[in-house]
Design a protein around this ligand. Sequence first.
Ligand code: ZN
Length: 72
Amino acid sequence: MGPLIALLVLCLPAVTLGYIGFCLASPWGTCKRCRPGGKNRTCRACDGTGMRPRIGWQLYVYARRLHRDGTR
Ligand SMILES: [Zn+2]
């Protein structure tokens, strides 16, 4: 089990960095709730835009705001 755990520990930062890069490259994902039917004006999840910010991007915005408020 030792080598497997070491491999996982090594993979985790790589996956995390990859996901962060992915979020930075395209911070907006498609809305899962109204996407099969295209844009839905009454969709409350995306305000009718058909696009939603990724969870990683939301975390980044949140962390950035915390940092800005903390350093002011
Ligand atoms: Zn939607």
